[in-house]
Design a protein around this ligand. Structure first.
Ligand code: SF4
Length: 207
């Protein structure tokens, strides 16, 4: 069976490819991720896949489109549910390509990450499967997450620090931003308290 595997990044592809190949499937990769920003990050992930695919002899089709502008326009009014839009935006291209180019099924390495909304992703894929009349090859790769991460580290593959879009890059710093905000407020309150209670003056007079 010929399977077209959408690949979101090289680390996520390791166990996805391994498990599909263990099932004797003929796997071809498909790179299409206009959700990844900024450009240098996009390029680092794409090139990591280029190198890794050579290492494991995997054919990969590249729909090489970087698109901050377009992506933001699509999700900006629905940031809370942006992931479902993001899955559909990428996988509609993959399912259509698979159908038009003689593949028996499509799948995605996004099913590997425990940080994705697995159920929403599955739902999107099932809908696309019906819409394009092509099998969605479902595989829950999440139990192999640790193994895949270890392998990526061992091979020195570039590993990203956030999901991909500029909003997930902000989420990455959410806790730090909140800590800094609280610290600023505490400092302000402390300054006010010192002024009101003449603490500096007291210190000076005790010297
Ligand atoms: S967090 Fe990840 S899946 Fe969700 S919209 Fe951003 S890039 Fe897409």
């Amino acid at each position: 069976m010929k399977v077209l595997l959408h690949i979101c990044c090289a680390p996520c592809s390791i166990m996805s490819i391994k498990k599909l190949r263990e099932e004797n499937l003929d796997v071809t990769g498909y790179w299409y991720n206009p959700n990844i920003h900024p450009y240098m990050e996009y390029r680092a992930r794409r090139d990591a896949l280029r190198n890794y695919s050579k290492l494991i002899d995997l054919p990969v089709i590249y729909k090489d489109e970087y698109g901050l502008d377009d992506f933001c326009k699509k999700v900006i009014n629905n940031l809370k549910d942006r992931c479902k839009i993001c899955y559909a935006d990428r996988l509609v291209v993959v399912a259509k390509y698979a159908k038009e180019n003689g593949y028996d099924a499509f799948c995605t390495s996004l099913l590997y990450s425990p940080y994705q909304d697995h159920e929403a992703l599955k739902e999107v894929c099932e809908e696309l499967s019906k819409a394009f009349d092509i099998k969605f090859y479902y595989y829950d790769f999440r139990p192999f997450y640790r193994e895949g991460q270890e392998e990526a580290k061992k091979l020195g593959i570039y590993m990203q620090k956030y999901c991909g879009c500029i909003f997930s890059e902000e989420d990455r710093y959410e806790k730090r931003i909140e800590r800094e905000r609280i610290k600023e407020e505490i400092d302000k309150e402390w300054e006010k308290y010192k002024k009101e209670n003449q603490i500096e003056d007291l210190k000076k007079s005790s010297n």
